[in-house]
Design a binder for this molecule. Structure first.
Ligand code: HEM
Ligand SMILES: *[C@@H]1O[C@H](CO)[C@@H](O)[C@H](O)[C@H]1NC(C)=O
Ligand SMILES: CC(=O)N[C@H]1CO[C@H](CO)[C@@H](O)[C@@H]1O
Length: 199
């Protein structure tokens, strides 16, 4: 398969991951913040780019964060929520190893709150950051659909729904099918492992 086809396949699968399957809101829109926070994309891109200079592991971690967020309760930033005395959050579930660099999202959100308070959702920040690291590391660019709402529920026990590393091909296909993702999506999204580290 030509490199361009592979890129396009990855691109369309990542789009699917972020919209068709998980979104339960009405209309996501690439222009969602055009009036309310026109500098949103720029602020996120600058923060992600700057972080990668100081922390070369951050791009891979941010891309993986998007997957782990989206696979559990949709792309709702529930992966960012901290545990509380009564609740162990997704962050502290067993598969969280190497999902770090949360500070990059926090930094971007802090800057966004100064520029346009209470406007840009953390879920959209993660989606933009994932796109930015793919583009920044030589992958394709795509316009991120925005307008996701942030979730309030985050349970460590839900992370058992992430595919563990020992699944065989049929089991992986089933795991993805449960989220409306096909074999092409599975293969293309697995291309995310072009980046990063495995223990
Ligand atoms: C198909 C099912 C998948 C399985 C079983 C899987 C499993 C894993 C495992 C075991 C690691 C290594 C973790 C470690 O040792 O720290 C890893 C890393 C990673 N995964 Fe996946 N993954 C899957 C799908 C995805 C998807 C869909 C994406 C994003 C679109 C993704 C992005 C990443 C990235 C970027 C890393 C490197 C993280 C880093 O360097 O910090 N993975 N994955
Ligand atoms: C760039 O990243 C470094 C390391 O995280 C941080 O100390 C610095 O404040 C960042 N600069 C900007 C302009 O965001
Ligand atoms: C970085 C992080 O949140 N690590 C946590 C992952 O989950 C384990 C429990 O499964 C915690 O002990 C870690 O602190």
């Amino acid at each position: 398969m030509a490199a361009q086809d592979t890129k396009n396949l990855f691109l369309s699968a990542l789009l699917l991951l972020s919209i068709a399957v998980f979104s339960c809101q009405a209309a996501l829109d690439t222009h969602y913040y055009d009036q309310t926070c026109p500098q949103a994309e720029y602020i996120v891109a600058q923060t992600v780019r700057n972080a990668s200079i100081y922390d070369s592991k951050s791009p891979a971690r941010l891309l993986r964060m998007f997957f782990h967020d989206c696979f559990i309760r949709g792309c709702d930033a529930s992966i960012l929520l901290d545990s509380t005395p009564g609740n162990k959050a997704e962050k502290d579930g067993p598969p969280n190893i190497s999902v770090r660099s949360f500070y990059v999202i926090d930094d971007a959100k802090t800057k966004l709150e100064k520029a346009c308070p209470h406007t840009v959702s953390c879920a959209d920040v993660i989606a933009m950051a994932a796109r930015d690291v793919v583009t920044m590391t030589g992958g394709p660019y795509w316009s991120v659909l925005k307008g996701r709402k942030d979730g309030r529920v985050s349970k460590a026990s839900d992370t058992t729904n992430l595919p563990p590393p020992f699944l065989n091909a049929n089991q992986l296909i089933q795991t993805f099918a449960k989220r409306g993702l096909g074999i092409k999506d599975l293969v293309a999204l697995s291309g995310a492992h072009t980046l990063g580290f495995s223990h």
